[in-house]
Design a protein around this ligand. Sequence first.
Ligand code: 5FU
Length: 299
Amino acid sequence: MHPTTIKTYAERAKLHPNPTARRLLEIMERKKSNLAVSVDVTTVKEVLDIVRSVGTKVCCVKTHCDIIQDFTLDFAKELVRLSQQMDFIIFEDRKFADIGNTVTLQYSAGLHRISSWADLTNAHPLPGPGIISGLSSVGQPLGRGLLLLAEMSSKDNLATGQYTTEAVQMARQAGRGFVVGFIAMNRVDIPSPVSKIQKVNGMVNGHGHGNASVNGNGNGYGGDKEMEDYLILTPGVQLSKGGDTLGQQYRTPHQVIFDSGCDVIIVGRGIYAVKGKEAEVAEEYRKAAWEAYERRLRC
Ligand code: 5FU
């Protein structure tokens, strides 16, 4: 059992150093929802209609702002207003993937000014740690959070094995202030053997050699207060297993939350494509994912 999966979301919220992660965990507990809706539609009206109908069921609304043809900052303002009224966080699934200087500009400027309205965003670790430094220079002073893409849900993707391991290492080296978790299909943040040994020997917080998780960033398993806590948000979820014609692969809420120990399911077409019944279906996903979480806690 992973150390994080035996704690409640409320317990984790109390200890988390990042304001966005803390707020997300508090909302999850308050609303009994570990469901994020992915609103992949192309007009402001459609996005807002879906958010208004499912906003009370979810802990997080995920956007792709570059597919919204009539995007404006007024729309973003309205989304922020709804996020406060309906109690969810906003996650812009931007998947930054460039050098630090460029992502700094992509995050803060342009038409979308993502950092001004999105609580959470994400990045590929592919370019190296400069991508985190660039994004954190903008986002951390605002209390935002970042997820690294450690794994993907699509068939035959390349984010596996050593790449995934190094994504987790990169997060640990960045410290706890800004990188709050991963897009992943599994609990990728398993404690490394070295940090376990060091915990047994009482060697934590800067006394280790060559292990990024105990490098003095407060990321080692050196007691409850210091324990690292990454959020795992997982796309590729529908009520039954399957896929689409373009390589997407679906697992069920139970598989993702109970079997794999992830924290939040991300559901797009499973909710917004069921026209007129979005709220009803969102409630089914919320219940399924929450029951899987409660069962996991009882194990
Ligand atoms: F990083 C990822 C990933 O590995 N798989 C994904 O599906 C992100 N996604 C996003 O989740 C994708 O861009 C969609 O916005 C959403 C899944 O939508 P679906 O309609 O539930 O398949």
